[in-house]
Design a binder for this molecule. Sequence first.
Ligand SMILES: NC(=O)C1=CN([C@@H]2O[C@H](COP(=O)(O)OP(=O)(O)OC[C@H]3O[C@@H](n4cnc5c(N)ncnc54)[C@H](O)[C@@H]3O)[C@@H](O)[C@H]2O)C=CC1
Ligand SMILES: O=C(O)[C@@H]1CCC=N1
Length: 268
Amino acid sequence: MTDISELNGRGLVLIGCGRMGGALLDGWLKNGLRPGAVHVVDPNPRPDLSALGVAVNGALPPSPAVLVIAVKPQMMADVLPRLNVGADTLVISVAAGVTIAAYEAAFPGAAIVRTMPNTPAAIGQGITAIVGNARAGEGELALAGALMSAVGRTVRLQDEGQMDAVTALSGSGPAYVFHLIEAMAAAGEAEGLSPALALELARATVAGAGALAVAADEDPAKLRENVTSPGGTTAAGLAQLMDPETGLPPLMRRTIAAAAARGRELGK
Ligand SMILES: NC(=O)C1=CN([C@@H]2O[C@H](COP(=O)(O)OP(=O)(O)OC[C@H]3O[C@@H](n4cnc5c(N)ncnc54)[C@H](O)[C@@H]3O)[C@@H](O)[C@H]2O)C=CC1
Ligand SMILES: O=C(O)[C@@H]1CCC=N1
């Protein structure tokens, strides 16, 4: 099954409808999931859910087709023991760190798919990595892929061991890029631009460069070279940014290593 409208019969339960769960829900509803087929559990539900026709904090179907878990990893010990699934309910997690083994302990015998989306999902431009347990066959992985494709691209992992690195790169990555925008704008201000102009230039530059990186045939290194005139301004700037001791590569290495290490800690 790869059409999410086929879930309309047995339904989908979403545990946690915050930033990530909410973005997923919006994507599913846009892609053919009937609001009446969705049951949300959240102590602080988004105010628009009932008006959308989604069931909120009501009785749950005993055997939904899919149970999606989108609460904070720190909530799992409290949340998982309260949940029941049917023999053929597919359990999908978006949580950082929490391992397939932890879900297998909570839901013995269930097909589990662990995923890592990111917040551009809110505009259908996310990327989600997907890995399943032994019980998750091609059908379950395809269904999980269809659900996550509602908010962007998907990639499959062969090895759950890659998930902390993925989380550190693409899960957390939007925050690094937003901070790049902040840092570029602050530097522009320091060079005399108004805050509004500096932010407008920084935001449009990151958005345009990102779009070009996706659309162009050339790889990012070539695109960088295309901007860099010998002896020009970009070369002067890149000499700072590409410094092997103090530049972006060692900083990004530390950034992603720290995020991956935190993912491993959350999984303990
Ligand atoms: N925000 C992000 O960029 C990403 C988040 N994730 C993962 O998504 C999960 C959720 O993160 P966010 O959406 O950012 O957090 P959030 O705080 O926006 O949403 C969590 C939601 O869970 C609800 N909640 C709290 N206790 C609950 C309970 N006992 N039962 C049901 N719902 C409960 C909260 O009211 C809230 O609406 C986390 O596990 C995180 O690792 C994954 C990828 C990216
Ligand atoms: O910061 C976090 O733990 C979550 C996982 C990836 C993005 N946000």
